[in-house]
Ligand binder design. Structure first.
Ligand code: NAI
Length: 213
């Protein structure tokens, strides 16, 4: 497989391919042409071929793609054959909702700990995981080889927590706080999730549609 640098745009499309291929597998589809896959996904067949060619192709002329093989190769590219140990920092509405969502675990993201500063939350259990005080967070990350921290705290608190996390060797931060974290001179990967931006895009498209009528 090629080791060249792959563009972020391509990487961002891979989970969608993975999801569609997973659905095809569930429906016991063995193979699919790039044309058929493109029609299902609403992208062009050449886009799919171009994207997958970054990793060596996977398709065969006249055969298309073997669904199971492509699914497992995309899983490898995305690092999904690994298991990740996860903590959630901020056990409020969103933190608890994420902790209660079991599908992440099926993908290999296992929640090992929940942390909060609120004494009323410390000690409660969410899906069998006890909320711990922030004082024990750094030691917990080190002792349990935690890979990923989910940040569901107020935005004013997020930068300091992110710094603490980088000091104790976290690999990635899945940041929900509405702030762009700048972690300079570290190897910590930050992935921001801003649902409100998606909502604003929806607002724009609704407005655009109604103006064109
Ligand atoms: P919440 O108020 O229910 O929960 C926040 C929790 O963080 C509280 O339990 C609080 O005690 C805890 N906390 C505060 N300071 C802390 C610290 N220094 N260390 C550890 N825990 C601390 O709020 P909610 O609704 O769960 O939202 C959490 C964050 O996620 C907010 O920043 C909010 O703006 C953001 N959010 C982001 C979304 C997105 O699409 N990215 C969607 C919804 C919320």
């Amino acid at each position: 497989m090629s080791t060249k640098k792959i563009s972020t745009a391509v990487i961002k499309r891979l989970p969608r391919y993975y999801r569609y291929l997973g659905e095809l597998l569930e429906n016991e589809v063995v193979r699919i042409s790039s044309k058929e896959l493109s029609q299902r996904m609403g992208v062009t067949a050449s886009q799919i071929r171009q994207d997958l060619n970054n990793f060596g192709g996977f398709g065969q002329q006249g055969y298309g793609y073997n669904v199971e093989y492509l699914y497992s190769e995309i899983a490898k590219i995305l690092g999904l054959e690994n298991h990740y140990s996860v903590i959630i920092i901020g056990a409020g509405n969103l933190g608890q909702a994420l902790a209660n969502y079991t599908d992440f675990e099926k993908r290999g993201f296992v929640v090992k700990g929940l942390f909060d500063v609120n004494p009323r939350l410390v000690g409660i259990s969410v899906r069998g995981i006890e909320v711990q005080d922030m004082d024990s967070m750094k030691q917990f990350v080190e002792d349990n080889n935690i890979d990923i921290a989910v940040l569901t705290v107020p935005k004013t608190k997020a930068p300091a927590i992110a710094n603490d996390l980088s000091e104790c060797g976290i690999k990635g931060i899945w940041n929900f706080a509405p702030i762009d974290l700048a972690l300079r001179d570290t190897h910590v990967i930050v992935e921001n999730v801003h649902l409100s931006e998606s909502l604003m895009t929806l607002s724009y498209r609704i407005k655009d549609e109604s103006e064109s009528l």
